[in-house]
Each structure stands twice: as structure tokens, then as C-alpha cells.
Ligand binder design. Structure first.
Ligand code: CA
Length: 228
């Protein structure tokens, strides 16, 4: 079982380093972002189990970041702030945060709160999707094909789940954008191609047959070679 992944979004280097050292030492896998924009990007790429999110960030503040993440994800979020004002606390919880910690704080308290949040992280009843010898576990969000196990980032997982829920159906690029990236994502990008490539690398380990096929000019389909 991999260690829980924590994303730290904090612009103050001193605090960022403090958190990174402390949480790494405690066995968490830690990634850091220095502002809100980077934080959103890291959330997409890193698929954290929990986010520590500073309220006062340059550019997009922590409350906006929290709202944006909540549009697509239930990942536990703990807001960090230097202010003790009740308005900030309410604003943070209104924005969808799960907990709230006032600076300065000790690592022990932070750790206790993190453990509580990770325990509370919901488990919709885990399920295993199967297609041929490919399996996707909705509980661990890991995949397996034959003897090969693989981890998935959030977007990789969502895309693979979409394919496995719709085997042998051609999924158009628009449908994939809507379901995995949302309506405001630039459709001229090659993001789907990139993620399909990632998924192929993971599902075709050991020279196994291709399952995710390109339907030229339309989109993609999950099928066995023999279904063609
Ligand atoms: Ca700050």
C-alpha cells in the first residue's frame, strides 16, 4: 500500500519547507505548490489524498482554489491561515474546506488533524471493473493487468474508469472532455492524446495487446483486438 499523498499549497518558503520536512518524515508522500494556479495543476497531476491549502496566496487565493477543486473533487482539504478571525473560518468552510488550522501550529496537532481527515475520507463501496484481463479497483484507484499493477493519477484514473464503464463503445472527444476535464477546458489541446498515451503505457506493460484504440476523427474505444 502506498503512503498517503499530501499536496501543500503555500507561498511562504519557510512554512513550506517546515511542512515538507515534517510530513515527509512522518512517511507521507509530499508535493508542493507555491501558488494557487500551481496548486490546481498539482491537484490534477498528483491526485493527492489530502491538500493543505494556505488562505493567503498571491494571485488566486486559497478560498478560490478550494472552490475550484470542489467542482470536481471531494479530496479532504485543510485550510491554513494566519488569521484567527471567525469570518475566515466560515469562509473557508463555505468554500468547501473540511478543516481549518490557524498558524502558527505544531506538527503534532497538524498530524492528528491529518490522520482524522484521512480516516474520514469517504469510501463509496469499492468496486472492481474488469475488461479482459484488465482490472480497475475503485477503492485503491489502482489498475492491474495480468501480473502488472500500476498507479494512476486522478485524470488517468477518471479516463480509464470512463473507458471501463463503456467497453466497446466509441467515446467521442467531446464526451471525454465533458466527463474528465469539464466544460471550460480548451478543446484544441492534445490533452486527451497525452493521457491516452499514459494509459497505454501502463496497460500494455510486458508487450500486452492494445485495449484503448483510436477511432480516427472521432475519439477512442476500449476493445480487444479480436472485437474489431
Ligand atoms: Ca501565505
Amino acid at each position: 500500500m502506498t503512503q498517503p499523498k499530501i499536496l501543500i499549497v503555500e507561498d511562504e518558503e519557510r512554512i513550506r519547507n517546515f511542512l515538507q520536512r515534517g510530513l515527509s518524515f512522518d512517511g507521507y508522500t509530499v508535493e508542493i505548490a507555491q501558488d494557487g494556479k500551481q496548486g490546481l495543476h498539482m491537484h490534477e497531476e498528483f491526485g493527492p489524498d489530502l491538500i493543505l491549502l494556505d488562505v493567503m496566496l498571491p494571485g488566486m487565493d486559497g478560498l478560490d482554489v478550494c472552490r475550484r477543486i470542489r467542482e470536481t473533487s471531494n479530496v479532504p482539504i485543510m485550510m491554513l491561515t494566519a488569521k484567527e478571525a471567525i469570518e475566515d473560518r466560515v469562509a473557508g468552510l463555505d468554500a468547501g474546506a473540511d478543516d481549518y488550522l490557524v498558524k502558527p501550529f505544531a506538527l503534532d496537532e497538524l498530524n492528528a488533524r491529518i490522520r482524522a481527515l484521512l480516516r474520514r475520507a469517504p469510501a463509496s463501496p469499492p468496486q472492481i471493473f474488469r475488461f479482459g484481463n484488465l482490472e480497475l479497483d475503485t477503492g485503491t484507484r489502482q489498475g492491474q493487468r495480468g501480473e502488472y499493477h500500476f498507479d494512476l493519477t486522478i485524470k488517468e484514473y477518471e479516463l480509464l474508469e470512463l473507458f471501463m464503464k463503456n467497453p466497446r463503445n466509441v467515446l467521442t472527444r467531446d464526451l471525454i472532455y465533458d466527463r474528465v476535464w469539464g466544460y471550460d477546458f480548451g478543446r484544441e489541446s492534445n490533452i486527451i492524446e497525452v493521457y491516452v498515451r499514459y494509459l497505454r503505457q501502463k496497460t500494455e506493460q510486458g508487450g500486452m495487446s492494445r485495449l484503448i484504440h483510436t477511432v480516427r476523427g472521432v475519439g477512442y474505444v476500449m476493445r480487444e483486438e479480436s472485437d474489431a
